[in-house]
Design a protein. Structure first.
Length: 412
C-alpha cells in the first residue's frame, strides 16, 4: 500500500454497514470487485425489505385499509426521492421498471413503435451493453429502419466527429451509454444530447453504470429518457427506473396492459391512467422499490462526491500496479474514466485468471460483459474486470494485484 489515501471517506465504518463483506470465500476474506455487475447491500436496505414483509405487507394504490396506505406511502416516497436524485421536474416522470433492460425495452416497444418508420435512423455506439443494442436491432428489423454505430477508438473513447457525421435528418433517436461497463469510459453525453437535439433526434441515456458514480440531473442534461437499475446503486435487484420527459410519456402508447394502468375498461374501449401509472401494469415489486429509497438515502448520507473521489483513487492505484505486470494490457484508457479496470494478459484466457482469483477469495468478472461487439472491436475474447464501490480498500487492490501476479506464474 502506498500513500494513496482517501482521507475524507471512512471506509472501515462504511464496510461495517455491509454484512456480506464479513464472509469468507474459499478460505479467504471476500474481496468483492464485481460491483459493476451488482453492488452489495447495506443492512439498512436489507432491513427495509424485511420491515415491509414483517410490518406492512399489502398491495398498493387500491386498498383503503391502513397497511395498504402505509405501503403506498412508502412506495411513492421512493418515486419522490428518485425524482430529486436525478433532477426530474416531476415524480410523474419516474416509471418503475425491473431494471435498465426493461426501461430501454419499454421505450423501444412504445415510443419506438410509434415514432420509428421505414428509412429512419437510430444511432448507438460500439461500446453499448447488449440491452442497448438488441431492442433497437429488433425495432429496426421490424420497421426497416437503420441502426448506425459510433465507433470506439483504441483508448476506448467515442469519436465525436464521426458521431456528428452520422447524424442526418433521418436520425430519430440516439441511445447511448453514459459510463461503459466494460471500459469505465465516461461519455460526453451533454454534448451528444445537444448535437442530437439540433438534428431533431431524441436521446436515451443508459445510466446503468453512471447513476451510482456520477451526479445526474436529467433536466440539466436535457435527455429525453434515462434508464437505470436499483441493484447497481446498493439497492435490491428487480427494481429500476425509467425517466422520460412528461410530454413524451404522455404521447407514447401503452406498454403492458393490466391492472393499475387503466382509467376505465369496457369491452369496447379502455381509457388509460395518468402518468406514471399508465406504464406500471400489475402489482409492482413493492418491497424492493421501498428499499431503493433506503439505498439512495444511504449513498446520499455518505456523499456521491466523496465516493467518486475514493473510487477514482482506487482505479488509479490499481492501474499503476497492474500496468507493471508483463504482458498485461489495460482495455479502456479514456481520459475521463470511473470505477473499473479491465485488462487482458498475453497468452492467458481471462476466465482462467478469474478462476484462480476466485480460489483466493477475489471476485472479479471475466468475459465479454454483455458487450460482444466491443470485444470484437478490440479483437479479444473478453477481459478481466475489477470494478469498485465505496467499500473497497487499497489493501483489496493489493490483494488483486498479488493475485494476478500469482495467477500469471501458475498459468504461463
Ligand atoms: N447497461 C449497462 C451499461 C450495464 O452495465 C448493464 C448491466 C445493463 C445496461 C443492464 O442492466 P440490468 O440491471 O437491466 O441487467 N451490466 C452488467 C455488467 O456489467 N455485469 O453484469 C451486468
Amino acid at each position: 500500500m502506498n500513500n494513496t489515501v482517501s482521507p475524507a471517506l471512512d471506509v472501515n465504518t462504511i464496510r461495517d454497514a455491509f454484512p456480506i463483506l464479513q464472509r469468507q470465500v474459499n478460505g479467504h476474506p471476500l474481496v468483492y470487485l464485481d460491483n459493476a455487475a451488482t453492488a452489495q447491500k447495506p443492512l439498512s436496505v436489507i432491513d427495509a425489505i424485511s420491515d415491509y414483509y414483517k410490518g406492512y405487507n399489502a398491495n398498493i394504490h387500491r386498498g383503503i385499509h391502513r397497511m395498504a396506505e402505509e405501503a403506498t406511502t412508502a412506495f411513492e416516497a421512493t418515486r419522490k426521492t428518485i425524482a430529486r436524485f436525478i433532477g426530474a421536474a416531476s415524480s410523474d416522470e419516474i416509471i418503475f421498471t425491473r431494471g435498465t433492460t426493461e426501461g430501454i425495452n419499454l421505450v423501444a416497444y412504445t415510443w419506438g413503435k410509434q415514432n420509428i418508420n421505414k428509412g429512419d435512423e437510430i444511432i448507438i455506439s460500439e461500446m453499448e451493453h447488449h440491452s442497448n443494442i438488441v431492442p433497437w436491432q429488433v425495432l429496426c428489423q421490424e420497421k426497416n429502419a437503420v441502426l448506425k454505430i459510433i465507433p470506439v477508438d483504441d483508448n476506448g473513447e467515442l469519436s465525436f466527429e464521426i458521431f456528428k457525421k452520422l447524424l442526418t435528418p433521418h436520425t430519430k433517436l440516439v441511445s447511448i451509454v453514459q459510463v461503459s461497463n466494460s471500459l469505465g469510459t465516461v461519455n460526453p453525453v451533454r454534448e451528444i444530447i445537444e448535437e442530437a437535439h439540433k438534428a431533431g433526434a431524441r436521446v436515451l441515456i443508459d445510466g446503468a453504470q453512471s447513476s451510482v458514480h456520477l451526479d445526474i440531473n436529467v433536466q440539466d442534461l436535457d435527455c429525453d429518457f434515462f434508464a437505470f437499475s436499483g441493484h447497481k446503486i446498493y439497492g435490491p435487484t428487480g427494481v429500476g427506473v425509467l425517466y422520460g420527459k412528461k410530454d413524451l410519456l404522455e404521447a407514447m402508447p401503452v406498454f403492458q396492459g393490466g391492472g393499475e394502468m387503466i382509467n376505465e375498461v369496457t369491452f369496447k374501449q379502455t381509457t388509460y391512467n395518468e402518468l406514471p401509472y399508465k406504464y406500471e401494469a400489475g402489482t409492482p415489486n413493492i418491497a424492493d422499490t421501498i428499499a431503493l429509497k433506503t439505498a439512495i438515502d444511504f449513498v446520499e448520507s455518505i456523499g456521491k462526491d466523496l465516493i467518486r473521489e475514493h473510487e477514482v483513487e482506487l482505479v488509479k492505484y490499481a492501474t499503476r500496479q497492474l500496468e507493471d505486470i508483463s504482458g498485461l494490457r489495460i482495455i479502456g484508457k479514456a481520459n475521463n474514466k470511473v470505477s473499473l479496470v479491465s485488462f487482458v494478459i498475453d497468452n492467458i484466457h481471462p476466465s482462467d485468471i478469474g478462476t484462480l482469483l476466485d480460489n483466493m477469495g477475489i471476485a472479479v468478472r471475466t468475459g465479454h460483459h454483455c458487450t460482444q461487439p466491443l470485444m470484437k472491436r478490440f479483437d479479444i475474447p473478453g477481459t478481466v474486470r475489477a470494478s469498485f464501490a465505496m467499500y473497497n480498500t487499497f489493501e483489496e487492490v493489493d490483494a488483486l494485484v498479488a493475485g494476478v501476479h500469482k495467477a500469471v506464474k501458475i498459468l504461463l
